[in-house]
Structures are given as C-alpha cells and as structure tokens.
Design a protein around this ligand. Structure first.
Ligand SMILES: [Mg+2]
Length: 226
C-alpha cells in the first residue's frame, strides 16, 4: 500500500497503532484518577472497550457519568480535574517504561526513511500524552523526528471528524494522495477516509473486531506494512 514513488509521508495514529497505550496506560491511569477523586467508579476492560467508542478522555468521563445515572453537567468541573490527573498518571506510567511501541513500529519508520518517506502523527489524544510516549518510548530508539504532529488540542472536532487529518495535510503542504494513514479503530479509519487518505488498519487489543470495510489493507502487525 505504501509506494515510494507516490507517498511522501505516512501518518500514524497513536493509541493502539504506535503502542498499545489503552490497556497498559490509559485505563489504569483513569482508574487511579477516579479513585483519587473519591468517585466510586472502576472501569473494567469491558467497560473501557465500550467507552472507547467515544474519542477524547474527558468526553469519555462525561459519557460514563451520564450512562451511570449521574448529572454529567453538574460533574463537569470535577471530571475536568479527573481528566487532568489521569493524564498526569498516564505520564508517570509512561515514564516508568511500561509501554513499548508495537512490534515492527521502529522497523517500519526506518524502512520508510530509507526510501525518503517521512512519517507524521495524527491523533486526537492530548499533546502531553504524545510527548510522554515520544520522550520515554520512541525518542530513545533513534527514530527520525515526525514531520508533522497533530494532537487533540489542535482541532475543534475529534476523530471520526477529518479535521485532524486535513490539518496535517495543510501543515505538510501535501495532498491526500501523497500521504496515507495507519489506524487501529473505526473512528480513525473514517477520519482518514473522509480526508481522502488511503488507510491501512493494524488490529489492536481494543478495536480488533470493528468493521474496517473502507480500509485498503488490514494487518495484525506493523511488520506486514513494510
Ligand atoms: Mg487509535
């Protein structure tokens, strides 16, 4: 799918695509922050799988509040604080070295670099989460720096809205056909496809059973995209 004679930059989603951050870092960080706030909510893996249909950590907290019979609006301020604390816990988990990139990620980026194809990051997670992954898990691998980084704070609408991908193309000054995207979720796939990008799906822990009909390829590991 990735063609050296055509593609100039491969845009990677972060959570689930570059690293299995959801189960190893985001979920435990949410539970730590909820406990700290004195809220009697504990999310299981099954809860989290369902909640991941909502993109954005704060939005996920609001959805859970509403679904479990709480007044989400009344809790808005408290949940904003929970989300802040959650991201602090996430950074601490990342700093502990608990989350490595997925198998084949480093090799794929190096393979692209050898063909003069760059890479970029298009995520609607918070920039602090990306910074933690980059600092503790990716930068030590000696990778070339990404050519573009779009995070949740850069856009008004999260995936599946195409805004993050459209902004990345604008910043790169490239067309959709000069780039392609690698995603692990249906929301991410729809965001990239709506921006006219060709998409490869790498199946991840939390989204493996979603529908990926619009993808050009679906693989189990990043190795297969070399
Ligand atoms: Mg993802």
């Amino acid at each position: 799918m990735i063609r050296a004679d055509q593609h100039r930059c491969v845009l990677f989603d972060v959570d689930g695509t570059i690293a299995e951050t959801e189960g190893h870092a985001h979920l435990p960080a949410f539970n730590q922050a909820l406990e700290e706030a004195g809220l009697d909510w504990r999310w299981t893996t099954a809860d989290y799988k369902r909640l991941l249909k909502t993109t954005g950590g704060f939005e996920r907290l609001l959805r859970f509040a509403a679904e479990s019979g709480h007044d989400a609006e009344a809790l808005r301020e408290q949940l904003a604080q929970v989300h802040k604390n959650k991201n602090r816990h996430f950074a601490a988990i990342m700093a502990s070295g608990a989350v490595a990139p997925r198998a084949g990620f480093r090799e794929l980026v190096m393979h692209l670099a050898r063909q003069n194809i760059g890479w970029g990051v298009v995520t609607t997670t918070s920039r602090g989460n990306w910074d933690a992954l980059w600092t503790y898990s990716l930068a030590p691998l000696g990778l070339p720096s990404p050519e573009v980084i779009v995070c949740g704070e850069d856009v008004a609408a999260k995936k599946p809205d195409p805004e993050a991908y459209l902004l990345a193309l604008k910043r790169l000054d490239m067309t959709a056909t000069e780039c392609c995207a690698i995603e692990d979720s249906r929301n991410g796939l729809l965001a990239a496809r709506t921006a006219d990008l060709e998409v490869a799906i790498v199946r991840s822990e939390f989204f493996a059973d979603e529908r990926f009909d619009e993808a050009a390829r679906v693989v189990d590991e990043l190795y297969f995209l070399q």
